[in-house]
Design a protein around this ligand. Structure first.
Ligand code: CTP
Length: 406
């Protein structure tokens, strides 16, 4: 699980979003974390400590005068054992307190007393849209970031007060993702990564087309892993029914030609290109505007095909890639003789790194096994979830980028 062994202090401050904190607490635990809840007096007006105690299976702390701690220093003891302190919801008032170093209740005292280098502070703001947009709040957010806190984004939409806008707390699943991403090493910080994923669809007529069984899962997992590693990610996706990974820019395309155009548009600002898409090799020479009807002769219409451009080879041969400014990674979906085919394909496509996998064994699955082939040889990545493999692959790519430590 993604948070195995992590100990999170979950702080709740006053706000209606406290009801979402109960689900967040549960989600953190389900992902392997242990959670110690600390609540302000205001938070306890919105949700009871009993609820959070039952969910976290630990007694909840609400007061700096709590006599349960032998040394009577809950603020020290609780903060020292945390891998991170997450304040969700974090009210406008609490942000203002943090900013000034106020410490008149257990939670603010604990935040101030935390070892700033080793215990990161994550804030999930939650407030009315006017409060969020107020210059005082914006100023506080900027200063808290300078002080080293990670201020997470806010949700947009209907608010408990009946107004609509920015400022509501992100959903528990989104915050869970933020916390998981926070702990991933930032090996691609500052890099722009362009990824193709999924199949393409080559129209024959308005209702039919040529496509393939690629699910897009490996490419989407890579987009998530690259984003978690700090990259700015653009995902060019063929027709798949997958949710866009959080924080990733998605460009939807249908055909190989559209996919090529999207890649050409985005390649100039990218430092890494990863081609996971199962691009159709051929498209119908003519795609009719009207549905092709049976003519009663019993004869099937002849379908003339023409070859699609090779997107990976096109980008790999660009001046940017040739000068070393764009690192290109190809995938090879094979049915047999993986090493031989992947090695030959790496040379044919002219890419420094090629990732081989057995297509029929992985299409649509949540796991995969990979073979990394570069100029030095081949390395097996044994069967694991696509997300775990994607995280390893992201690290492998980062180690091959210009300027990476030897
Ligand atoms: N690829 C591409 N554009 C194409 C075909 C393939 O960008 N028109 C990319 C894929 O995204 C993948 C790599 O090239 O990264 C290899 O794809 P694959 O389908 O395995 O290889 P092909 O080039 O189609 O070769 P073959 O079908 O002969 O195995």
């Amino acid at each position: 699980m993604d948070l195995d062994g992590k100990h999170i202090v979950l702080g709740l401050t006053g706000g209606i979003a406290c009801y979402k904190a109960a689900e967040l607490c549960r989600a953190l635990i389900k992902e392997g974390a242990s959670v110690q809840v600390v609540m302000t007096e205001a938070a306890a007006q919105f949700i009871t400590p009993v609820t959070l105690q039952a969910l976290s299976q630990r007694s909840v702390y609400t007061s700096q005068w709590d006599a349960r701690e032998a040394n009577n220093m809950a603020h020290i003891n609780l903060s020292r054992e945390a891998d991170a302190i997450l304040i969700a919801p974090c009210s406008a008032d609490f942000m203002a307190k943090l900013l000034h170093g106020n410490a008149d209740d257990l939670l603010s005292l604990m935040c101030l007393a935390r070892p700033i280098e080793s215990v990161p502070l994550l804030l999930a703001p939650a407030m009315n849209r006017e409060m969020w947009a107020h210059p005082a709040t914006m100023r506080n957010v900027a200063q808290l970031r300078l002080d080293g806190a990670t201020v997470l984004g806010v949700g947009v939409g209907e608010q408990a007060c009946g107004e609509t806008g920015d400022g509501r707390m992100r959903e528990p699943a989104e915050l869970l993702h933020d916390v998981i991403a926070f702990f991933q090493p930032k090996v691609l910080a500052g890099q722009r990564v362009l990824i193709t994923a999924g199949p393409t669809f080559e129209a024959i007529d308005p209702v039919r087309g040529i496509t393939n069984r690629s699910s897009g899962k490996m490419g989407f997992a890579l987009a998530r892993a690259a984003q978690e590693a700090g990259a700015d990610v653009t995902l060019v996706a063929g027709p798949v029914a997958l949710a866009t990974p959080q924080g990733v820019r998605r460009v939807d395309v249908q055909s190989a030609q559209e996919m090529l155009q999207a890649c050409l548009l985005h390649m100039d600002s990218a430092q890494v290109f990863i081609a996971t898409a199962a691009v159709a090799d051929w498209r119908p020479q003519v795609s009719t505007d009207q549905k092709i009807k049976k003519d009663g002769s019993g004869q099937a219409p002849l379908l003339a095909l023409e070859e699609n451009a090779d997107i990976l080879a096109t980008l790999a041969q660009s001046a940017r890639a040739q000068s070393g400014a764009l690192f290109c990674v190809g995938f090879a979906a094979e049915s047999h003789d993986l090493l031989a085919h992947a090695t030959a394909k790496r040379q044919r496509k002219g890419v420094p790194l090629l990732v081989g996998n057995i297509g029929p064994a992985t299409f649509g699955q949540d796991d995969n096994a990979l073979l990394l082939v570069d100029a030095q040889g081949a390395v097996d990545l044994p069967r694991a979830s696509k997300l775990s493999l994607a995280r390893i692959l992201v690290r492998e790519i980062s180690q091959r980028l210009p300027g990476a430590p030897l």
